[in-house]
Design a protein around this ligand. Structure first.
Ligand SMILES: [Zn+2]
Length: 261
């Protein structure tokens, strides 16, 4: 068992000190020098990563962590949430905050699974937080639970293969796509496949379906993209629109017909 987390299974509160120590260990497993500041912050809904001034911060709501630890019955749940936030810093996402980057969320989940394997967690332990909290950030930009679990498992299995010295067989990329989808401010590229799934690929070219594509008979757009409770309309010029909280619509991306390279 790690010494950086509460050792008593009944102790489901994570102090700022314990969280700081956990983050130090996580960053250490990346072979880097930690310079992240960890803050207990009840005003944060769950946990997040941001830069203030020149300080890289990971903030967490202690009540949220307690709820997750209570339900999951494993301290690894807190570690995986923190690892996800560490990844936002290490992958540079906090340099350019944007609201709609589902691929970045999946990349952080992948990292979380990878690091948790390296730290000694089993696959169920690595998935414990996402299992009980579903969407730990609770924001509209996060992919659904099944996609996030898939990303964590892919990261965990990648680390397992590395440990065993197994070279993964190259994945035959199925490139029979209908559309390419890009969101403003998001470096990831997404694809709509023939079955109507909205798909993202990790760095090993493993796919994760996290949404659906449908053709709309009428109404706001020609097509519709959905994940979780989010829906986006695609107009005849292939612009992707999101309906705002007050009914205002904004363009958040573009969808184009896929052409094989
Ligand atoms: Zn995130």
């Amino acid at each position: 068992m790690l010494t950086c987390v509460p050792s008593n299974a009944q102790d489901t509160r994570m102090s700022e000190r314990a969280a700081t120590e956990a983050v130090r260990r996580i960053v250490q497993y990346s072979g880097l020098t930690p310079d992240l500041t960890v803050r207990e912050d009840p005003s944060v809904r769950t946990a997040n990563a941001y830069i203030k001034g020149h300080v890289r911060v990971i903030a967490f709501n202690p009540a949220f962590i307690t709820t997750v630890l209570d339900s999951s019955k494993t301290n690894w749940a807190a570690i995986s949430i923190l690892a996800h936030e560490v990844a936002h810093h290490l992958l540079g996402h906090t340099l350019d905050p944007s609201t709609l980057r589902p691929g970045d969320e999946l990349a952080c989940d992948h990292y979380s699974g990878f690091i948790l394997f390296s730290m000694g967690a089993s696959l169920p332990e690595s998935l414990a937080a996402i299992e009980v909290a579903g969407n730990p950030h609770g924001t509209w930009s996060h992919p659904p639970k099944h996609a996030r679990s898939a990303a964590i498992e892919q990261g965990w299995r990648e680390a397992e293969r590395l440990r065993a010295g197994v070279v993964a067989a190259p994945i035959a990329l199925n490139d029979d796509f209908r559309f390419v989808v890009r969101f403003v401010g998001d470096r990831s590229t997404y694809y709509v496949d023939r079955s109507g799934a909205l798909v993202w690929f990790n760095t090993q070219a493993e796919p994760i379906a996290f949404g659906t594509f449908t053709e709309t008979p009428k109404a706001d757009g020609v097509y519709q993209l959905n994940w979780e409770d989010q829906s986006f309309f695609v107009d005849r010029n292939n612009a992707i629109w999101r309906r705002g909280e007050h009914g205002l619509q904004t363009i958040v991306g573009r969808m184009e017909a896929y052409a094989r390279p």
